[in-house]
Design a protein around this ligand. Structure first.
Ligand code: URP
Ligand code: ZN
Ligand code: ZN
Ligand code: ZN
Length: 464
């Protein structure tokens, strides 16, 4: 029942200090100097290593039904892969079909997620508007631990939320003390650009980024921010991929607006040259939205993270194998959108962020765990190494290296967008709910061990 982690450097968002950490059951019960080892405790030697709060991936799509298929990693595969990389909580998305009841969809997703090996919680997408949506949002917030709602401003003729839906849903979220989030891309522009490219006979994956230039993302980010400003709601922008969308956030925050931004591990290190590959299977494997961008956007995203204008890192883990991606072999608009990363995020952000001096270890913890816990109201249960918090911990070996490859990953998809990248800084141990679930390359994920994390509403300024 007890685990004693000896002699490491605890890294929290506010400070780093030498300490032992004692866990009992699923909680951390003590953090301090020279603590006594409880009888029968399992002892982990963390000397020369960091002890950090387990990662929170703010953006995953396990077994998502999407674009005519279903994402390859289910909730067990995906959460287990996360544990191997030091991520102990995922924030996934319930995405109702237009006209489907939000509650019905929520219960479907909860059923799928029951096999998770790590903790999980859901943003619920508002893909249409009606009285029942208004009512279901209330039920989800009051009775089901949901405090964030997602709006896809892209994917016209599918799950796209129009302006009426955005305005009504943001208003409702404010009443309920929930936070609206957006996938910011102008879906109408994407659709028209896609049709133009197809008409010109440009049908391969290289057309994907041409149909979704930075301006398309910036327009939607600015619109969502303007709507939130008029209505007086906070807004969280998922997968900010370009300097132009970040500029919209920076402008709004400078005026005092409560706007949050998320960066994806992939967008931080991968550029748009992947779409030019003569290997079309390889190019298709990188099709996700927003697409990978020209290299200069990466520097902007890192600056955003360091400067506090981007707050969280996610992955948008949404994997499709080569046969699934081949559905779009003759038409890039039919390539299922999505890439992996839940297993690699922590190491990629550490290697490209901390090893280069762009982020301090505490800033790393802030953008991989603490800010997510605070923005989505899971703090201090999650996001801190402290007495009373969940015993979700990663013992981080800053000298350990790994060369990322689909051949050795735990994810199911058969492809890895970080293939061949050697990272320095990897988990030696991951603890989830007080159990050692990953130890020096050995994964001990247990199907069904993950728990749903209820996230209470924020104190509302208006009655629900
Ligand atoms: O391409 C992506 N990102 N697929 C998953 C759905 C979404 O837009 O987040
Ligand atoms: Zn998205
Ligand atoms: Zn997504
Ligand atoms: Zn397959």
């Amino acid at each position: 029942m007890s685990i004693f982690i000896r002699g490491g450097t605890v890294v929290n968002a506010d400070r780093a200090f030498k300490a032992d950490v004692v866990c009992f059951g699923d909680k951390i019960i003590a953090v301090g100097d020279h603590l006594d080892v409880p009888a029968h405790a399992t002892v982990i030697d963390a000397s020369g290593q960091y002890i950090m709060p387990g990662g929170i991936d703010t953006h995953t799509h396990m077994q998502l039904p999407f674009m005519g298929t279903v994402a390859a990693d289910d909730f067990f595969d995906g959460t287990a892969a996360g544990l191997a990389g030091g991520t102990t909580t995922i924030m996934d998305f319930v995405i109702p079909d237009p006209k489907q009841s939000l509650l019905e969809a929520y219960h479907m997703w909860r059923g799928w997620a029951a096999k998770s090996a790590g903790d999980y919680t859901f943003h619920v997408a508002v893909t249409w508007w009606g009285d029942s949506v208004h009512a279901d949002m209330g039920t989800l917030v009051r009775d089901h631990g949901v405090n964030s709602f997602k709006h896809f401003m892209a994917y016209k003729n599918a799950i796209m939320a129009d302006d009426e839906t955005l305005v009504r849903s943001f208003t409702r979220a404010l009443e309920l003390g929930a936070i609206p989030t957006v996938h910011a891309e102008n879906g109408e522009l994407v659709y028209q650009l896609q049709q133009d490219l197809l008409k010109q006979g440009i049908r391969g994956p290289a057309a994907h980024p041409l149909s979704r230039p930075p301006e398309v993302e910036a327009e939607a980010a600015n619109r969502a921010i303007a709507i939130a400003n008029v209505l007086g709601t906070p807004v969280y922008i998922v997968h900010v991929s370009c300097a132009e969308a970040l500029e919209a956030i920076v402008r709004a925050r400078a005026k005092g607006q409560r706007v949050y931004g998320e960066a994806l591990a992939g967008h931080l290190v991968i550029d748009d040259s992947v779409y030019q590959s003569a290997d079309l299977e390889y190019a298709r494997a990188h099709v996700m939205s927003p697409p990978f961008r020209a290299k200069h956007h990466q520097a902007a995203l890192w600056q955003g993270l360091r400067g506090g204008n981007l707050h969280t890192t996610g992955t948008d883990h949404c994997t499709f194998c080569a046969e699934q991606k081949a559905a779009g072999a003759n038409d890039f608009t039919r390539i299922p959108n999505g890439c992996g990363g839940v297993e690699e995020r922590m190491a990629v952000v550490w290697d490209a962020g901390v090893n280069t001096g762009l982020l301090t270890p505490s800033e790393f913890v802030r953008v991989t765990s603490t800010n997510a816990a605070q923005i989505f109201n899971m703090y201090p249960r999650k996001g801190i190494v402290g007495a009373g918090a969940d015993a979700d911990l990663v013992v981080w070996d800053p000298q350990g290296t790994r060369t990322i490859s689909a051949a050795t990953q735990f994810s199911n998809s058969g492809f890895n967008v970080f293939e061949g990248r050697t990272v320095r800084g990897i988990p030696s141990h991951t603890l989830a709910a007080g159990k050692v679930v990953f130890e020096r390359g050995q994964l001990r994920a247990v199907e069904g061990a993950g728990r749903h994390i209820d996230r209470p509403a924020f104190t509302s300024t208006r009655a629900a």
